[in-house]
Design a protein around this ligand. Structure first.
Ligand SMILES: Nc1ncnc2c1ncn2[C@@H]1O[C@H](COP(=O)(O)OP(=O)(O)O)[C@@H](O)[C@H]1O
Ligand SMILES: [Mg+2]
Length: 217
């Protein structure tokens, strides 16, 4: 079973949208998916699941001991993939840290801008803290550019910067699109054919090499 936590420092970074589409892409790929809503307060995954009549369950677990409780809810017998949407770290770092402690994969959605890039050190620190609490076992961390503007140079500029800083950036960015802006509360169809499909396919093909770097398998 894989467990993907979607996290970032603040609200408005595309966490919930990314969690929703990633979960649907995995479902469409034939995996048995469980959504976990560790936020609950903002536009939440639980709400969206019910409004949008999703074909897989979402449970609410906005808990600082999520890492202890999740194994009782999700195991290999019932699920192939768990996708956790998290609250902004700024508001509930303890819950996000707990999610990072159970994650096999961590996806950080961010726009390729100076402002959002300046939040990455806090995210890296949380991943490092989670790694320590897991006795050094690293979750696979990947940045996903979202809300990108077609043909803007910023995407490649920030890809180079973030890569240079040592993090893995997923190849296909998620463009700023009405389809995503209007998605909350509606059913999601054909997620696999969006950039989130590419993101999921790439993510599942990544490993952590001997030097501790994320790389293609
Ligand atoms: N790729 C995108 N294109 C356009 N709007 C987007 C995109 N991704 C997210 N949004 C919008 O940005 C806002 C914040 O997204 P959301 O996923 O709720 O972020 P978070 O969960 O981090 O607060 C929402 O109004 C959402 O519809
Ligand atoms: Mg959210």
């Amino acid at each position: 079973m894989i467990t993907i936590a979607v996290l970032n420092l603040k609200g408005g970074s595309g966490k919930t949208t990314s969690a929703a589409f990633i979960a649907h892409a995995l479902h469409e790929a034939g995996l048995r998916v469980l959504g976990v809503d560790a936020d609950g307060e903002n536009e939440s995954l639980v709400q969206w699941q019910s409004l949008g009549d999703w074909p897989f369950p979402v449970v609410g677990m906005a808990q600082p001991n999520l890492h202890k409780n999740l194994p009782g809810v999700a195991d290999d017998d019932r699920y192939d993939a768990v996708v956790i949407d998290t609250p902004p770290m700024k508001e509930a770092r303890n819950i996000v840290l707990s999610a990072a402690r159970v994650a096999t994969h961590i996806v950080c959605p961010m726009a390729p801008t100076g402002m959002e890039h300046s939040r990455l050190p806090a995210v890296r620190e949380l991943v490092a803290d989670a790694t320590d609490l897991r006795d050094g076992e690293k979750p696979l961390f990947a940045v996903l550019f979202t809300r990108t503007v077609a043909n803007a140079s910023s995407t490649e500029v920030y890809r180079d910067i973030v890569t240079e800083e040592g993090d893995y950036v997923l190849k296909v960015p998620v463009a700023r699109k009405e389809q995503f802006a209007q998605a909350f509360g509606s059913p999601i169809e054909n997620a696999l054919s969006t950039a989130y499909g590419d993101a999921v396919t790439e993510l599942l093909d990544l490993t952590i090499d001997e030097a501790g770097k994320v790389a293609s398998a």
